[in-house]
Write a new protein. Structure first.
Length: 370
């Protein structure tokens, strides 16, 4: 079975915007609607999951739609520092199934969420509702990635707003990379826009936001992405091929999946480091839902990265991932909170990340296409 194509969801008609970014895409074509589950690489072992995956994601999105707040966000706390980040992930979950802003059963859900992100930009460009907490760059980069992914799918007025907001958002990401840091941390990103150290997690979100914007025709310097990948590689654990949270740290499967996806998206498809990361993940497959720290994060990144790696790596990972995730889904459609440090938005986060992990082979989000 042919995977659903996404290149026709938007065309690359460029429009001028103010500030650092010279061009962002505008809409001209839209997806016909949500897709059904595709056959996974013609693998009989994975094809058996098709109907279950489709049903699972359909129920998850129905649950998420019911949980959206009146202001378009997914949050239970108006002062939550994670509001824009969690909302961005929930929006991408709908996009991953092929739903389009303004169209179909979730068209207004998407529009409301997009409007929430657009309404919560600080004067310095930060996409965040509240400055409380230690990690605003996480939410900022996720929100920027989301807006970049919906650019070209929205109506003309929202597109104008996205162009202006994204210009400031990307400028902040690029400026944060230029903060003076020592050799170990140079090129990466951290919790705040003026942090003087870096970590692999925040760096990965920044790289994806920049890569998505560049895919859309924005004037993102190649050097910025290259420097981010150089930092990722300094987190590599030479002895076993895994990746740590920071240079010199021990490997983990969330961190290794993070590195793998960044390598794959930035021109290092199946090179030595990417294959080594894939092998490390296969040696450390998850056994139970919620087992280990940052479980939802790890499932998301490993699924996206292993799909990019493809072949046996994806098939072996996917079979285990589907079994674990399908078994853990609640009757209501959501996934339970999995020990994540995301405030009181845990079930929104775990459900959005589960959908993004399980829907990777739909190939609906442009940034995650092979």
């Amino acid at each position: 079975m042919t995977h659903p194509a996404t290149t026709n969801r938007r065309s690359r008609l460029r429009t001028p915007v103010l500030g650092l970014l010279a061009a962002m895409v505008a809409a001209s074509t839209f997806a016909a609607g949500p897709t059904s589950a595709p056959a996974d690489e013609a693998s009989p072992a994975l094809a058996k999951y098709e109907e279950r995956i489709d049903d699972s994601i359909t129920r998850a999105l129905a649950w998420l739609a019911e949980q959206q707040a009146d202001d378009g966000s997914w949050t239970k706390n108006k002062q939550s520092r994670n509001a824009t980040g969690i909302t961005g992930l929930c929006l991408m979950a709908f996009l991953a199934k092929g739903h389009t802003p303004g169209v179909g059963p979730y068209g207004e859900v998407l529009n409301k969420g997009i409007d929430f992100l657009l309404a919560n930009q600080k004067p310095n460009g930060m996409l965040i509702r509240a400055h409380k907490g230690h990690g605003p760059m996480y939410s900022h980069c996720i929100a920027a990635l989301t807006l970049s992914e919906v650019s070209g799918m929205v109506d003309r007025e929202r597109q104008k707003k996205i162009g202006k907001v994204l210009a400031k958002a990307m400028k902040l990401i690029l400026a944060a990379q230029q903060i003076p840091k020592n050799e170990r941390h140079a090129g990466g990103w951290r919790y705040k826009h003026d942090s003087r150290d870096s970590d692999i997690s925040c760096t990965s979100w920044a790289i994806m936001a920049l890569r998505s914007a560049r895919n859309n025709g924005a004037a993102v310097p190649t050097k910025a992405i290259d420097r981010g990948i150089e930092y990722i590689m300094r987190c590599r654990v030479q002895r076993d091929g895994g990746f740590g949270y920071q240079p010199g740290g021990g490997p983990g499967w969330g961190r290794t999946g993070t590195a793998l996806l960044c390598l794959e998206l930035c021109g290092r498809h199946r090179d030595r480091a990417a294959l080594g990361a894939g092998e490390w993940i296969l040696k450390n497959l998850p056994t139970h839902y919620g087992r280990g720290n940052h479980f939802s994060y790890a499932m998301y990144y490993c699924s996206q990265g292993m799909f990019q790696l493809g072949d046996e790596h994806w098939q072996r990972w996917a079979e285990r991932m589907y079994e674990v995730m399908l078994k853990a889904q609640q009757k209501s459609g959501n996934w339970p909170r999995a020990h994540e440090n995301v405030g009181n938005c845990g079930e929104y986060y775990s459900t959005a990340m589960a959908v993004l992990a399980m829907s990777v082979s739909y190939r609906q989000l442009p940034i995650y296409q092979r």
